[in-house]
Design a protein around this ligand. Structure first.
Ligand code: ZN
Ligand code: ZN
Length: 439
């Protein structure tokens, strides 16, 4: 086991632009950095392109890339990751989508999206509709459809059956005043026939469920009360449940994950990390941030690698609120004091999974600042942790796929390139060495 435990802190969507309301500073630059600066004094900073320069990552792809997974061969879609993060058990080979109950009106033989959240329908009402769909639209052409209600308008759709490929498009147009889309085969699909089968099934299912929802008693009541009916299920992020090599198998580090948002819990589970549940951790600004830091501190005594995720930075970015984002980073900084006594003995990385500039309200392809510290590491002379200072920091400009190599080096677990202590080509000292038997 590694002598130096590693703490990876991801502030979702951390990177940003500067704003006049923050006196021409970024939210990170304007935040309190009392404890961040203590980490800063023990290490260095730089910029990271999570996937590649100019490519805005989704959170799940950025996380998998940073954790050392190959997105071209090991990414199986967002739907199953979010579903397992919500605690839904998926069997290998099952197809899953993330879905939202929305409102649409029929015009000209098309369903025009009016609201993508059905007026933020409450959880209990979504559950009633889910039950209805699971009864009346459970099977189409022998394939089984299972809807699982999550919080408010959110849900997951699971499809079971033979010979399906997840390589299909969303029916969710990701906007309002545009039509619900036909689910189609992706142009680059490897299994076109199987994908065509799923696309056809999804289209039949969408039409069938729209009819059932339109006639649902609950929606009649909602309309009478002047509320938006939840009359369409908008799905996206098709994926197939696949077993990935575990984080431990890949990097030789025993890992634990701490997160509030389902997607991030799902990422931790998908790579076989131990998931540490913290009461009140919800991926929102009012998350139990102290509880998460307490849990991280404890986990650092029994795991080699602890992944701590905070979502609210990205939440404020999407809302276009740089002041809120900056205040949340200050709150993060003050909670870092919980770990202060460990700063000198552990290796730390603080970064984001992508840049989400508040003025765009969307993920951008700009790099994110990365701060690192470790007991034995080159230190740089940069002052505060920031997008601007990071551009002159000694870590330079790295890629998401470099992170785990840097991690293993920071915890002093690497072997020199070209040496082969194990049959498997790995970059770290193998955990089990095979001794030569003398007699
Ligand atoms: Zn993210
Ligand atoms: Zn985001």
């Amino acid at each position: 086991m590694s002598e130096i435990p590693f703490l990876l802190i991801i502030l979702d969507g951390l990177g940003d632009h500067s704003y006049t309301e923050l006196k021409d500073r970024t939210p990170l630059e304007a935040a309190n950095q009392k404890n961040i600066s203590k980490i800063k004094s023990l290490g260095a900073q730089g910029l990271m392109d999570p996937i590649a320069p100019g490519v805005p990552p989704s959170s799940d792809t950025a996380h998998l890339q940073i954790l050392g997974y190959d997105l071209t061969t090991e990414y199986f879609g967002r739907g199953p990751i979010e579903a397992i993060g919500e605690g839904i058990e998926l069997e290998e080979g099952e197809i899953a989508f993330r879905a939202d109950f929305g409102t649409a009106k029929v015009e000209d033989n098309k369903a025009i999206v009016v609201d993508r959240r059905a007026g933020r329908i409450p959880t209990e009402e979504t559950r009633q509709l889910v039950e209805l769909l699971n009864k009346e639209a459970r099977f189409i052409d022998g394939y089984e459809f299972k809807v699982v209600g999550l919080t408010e308008h959110r849900a997951a759709v699971i499809v079971r059956g033979e010979d399906l490929s997840y390589e299909v498009t969303d029916n969710d147009p990701h906007n309002v005043n545009v039509p619900v889309l036909e689910c189609q085969v992706r142009e680059e699909a490897k299994e076109k026939e199987k994908a065509k089968r799923l696309a056809e099934l999804m289209n039949k299912w969408t039409i069938k469920t729209m009819k059932i929802l339109e006639e649902a008693k609950l929606n009649e009541i909602r309309k009478k009360e002047g509320k938006l009916p939840a009359n369409v299920v908008l799905f996206r992020g098709a994926g197939i449940m696949k077993k990935l090599p575990t984080f431990y198998e890949k990097h030789g580090l025993k890992a634990a994950g701490i997160a509030g948002g389902a997607l991030y819990k799902g990422v931790a589970k998908a790579v076989g990390m131990a998931l540490i549940e913290v009461q009140g951790a919800n991926g929102m600004p009012d998350t139990n941030i102290k509880g998460k830091f307490d849990a991280a501190k404890k986990a650092l005594s029994s795991y080699d690698f602890v992944f701590l995720h905070l979502k609210a930075t990205d939440y404020y970015s999407h809302k276009g609120d740089p002041i809120g984002k900056s205040e949340f980073i200050s709150k993060f900084d003050s909670n870092l004091s919980i770990l202060e006594e460990l700063f000198k003995d552990i290796a730390i990385m603080v970064t984001g999974d992508h840049t989400t500039p508040c003025d765009r309200g969307l993920h951008s392809g700009e790099p994110v600042p990365v701060l690192v510290s470790a007991p034995s590491i080159r230190r740089d002379g940069t002052k505060i942790f920031s997008e601007r200072e990071a551009s002159v920091g000694s870590l330079g400009r790295i890629k998401g796929s470099d992170v785990m190599k840097i991690v293993l080096d920071m915890v002093e677990r690497t072997v020199e390139f070209g040496t082969r202590p194990s049959p498997r080509l790995i970059t770290y000292m193998p955990l089990e060495l095979k001794p030569l038997r003398i007699s």
